[in-house]
Design a protein around this ligand. Structure first.
Ligand SMILES: Nc1ncnc2c1ncn2[C@@H]1O[C@H](COP(=O)(O)OP(=O)(O)OP(=O)(O)O)[C@@H](O)[C@H]1O
Length: 263
């Protein structure tokens, strides 16, 4: 029987996900994109996924977020622990920032909360304060009343991150959330996201091996055609990791795997 996680006490909202025998084919393409995919996404931990461009990472995330369109055929087993319906449990940060151009930065961050019609006035004030704090933390307090088109690509990405962090969901799916940021901002926002999402089940897609190594409790590389997922062993050190010699060895392993996949 399927249980709606939202009815569970907050402490029990740690959801883990297992995918077994995942298969994906876009109907207008002869070959499958993904096949024989086995993936374990542990509760309240960061699962990072790397892989060459086009191997199906975003499609996998869209599948988990129930956003695959009807031109895609997905097969395979998905199970959760505790048994529950993932719908409504997921915050999804897409590759494109999807900011509403007519809303201010602050209102974009508040967007998910505006859809809740039953929110009391006092709650709205508290939510606004929370959104302003998040904007402060992502370094955009002064831009709260700007429109998205007044921001750089990296700033827009930070707004999208604040909007994702604003949602109280047990599972957070992020598709290259830090890709448009300079190195220092990226490093800081990795730390911020890590801190603010500590109790969540997080799936992060990235093209940056160092980012994956810093943050991953579990690390997969998608490779092959059709793509499957290989689990790589990560160092036992605490995340977010300082990049030590063990991390460098892992980085080399990742680069070798990625290079092989381009041959
Ligand atoms: N709606 C769609 N219809 C048909 N093919 C699609 C669709 N969406 C994605 N594809 C194809 O499926 C494959 C996987 O795409 P996907 O975006 O999942 O890859 P990715 O690993 O996330 O790539 P990147 O790292 O470049 O973002 C690609 O070949 C892409 O062209």
């Amino acid at each position: 029987m399927s249980v709606d996680c939202r009815s569970l006490p907050v402490d029990n909202r740690a959801v883990s996900i297992d995918i077994s025998g995942g298969y994906l084919r876009y109907l207008d393409v002869a070959e499958a994109t993904i096949s024989d995919l086995h993936l374990t996404i542990p509760a309240q931990a960061w699962t990072c996924i790397l892989g060459r461009s086009g191997c199906g990472k975003s499609s996998l995330l869209r599948y988990l977020a129930h956003l695959l369109d009807d031109k895609a055929e997905w097969r395979g087993e998905l199970s959760t622990q505790p048994l529950c319906d993932l719908k409504g449990q997921i915050a999804y940060m897409a590759q494109q920032d999807l900011l509403m151009p007519w809303l201010s930065v602050l209102d974009n961050v508040l967007l998910s909360t505006r859809l809740g019609a039953n929110i009391q006035t006092g709650d709205r004030a508290a939510l606004k304060i929370k959104a302003q704090e998040l904007l402060q933390q992502v370094g955009l307090a002064d831009q709260a009343h700007c429109l998205p088109q007044q921001l750089s690509g990296g700033m827009r990405q930070r707004v999208a991150l604040a909007r994702t962090l604003m949602q109280d969901k047990s599972i957070v799916l992020m598709d290259e959330p830090f890709s448009a940021l300079d190195a220092v901002t990226r490093y800081r926002l990795q730390d911020l996201a890590y801190r603010l999402l500590k109790d969540k089940t997080v799936v992060l897609i990235t093209h940056d091996p160092q980012e994956a190594i810093r943050l991953a409790d579990r690390l997969y590389i998608m490779q092959g055609k059709p793509a499957f997922a290989e689990l790589l062993v990560v160092p036992t050190s605490e995340t977010p990791r300082r990049l030590d010699a063990e991390c460098v060895v892992l980085q080399q392993t990742i680069m070798t795997r990625l290079e092989q996949d381009y041959e």
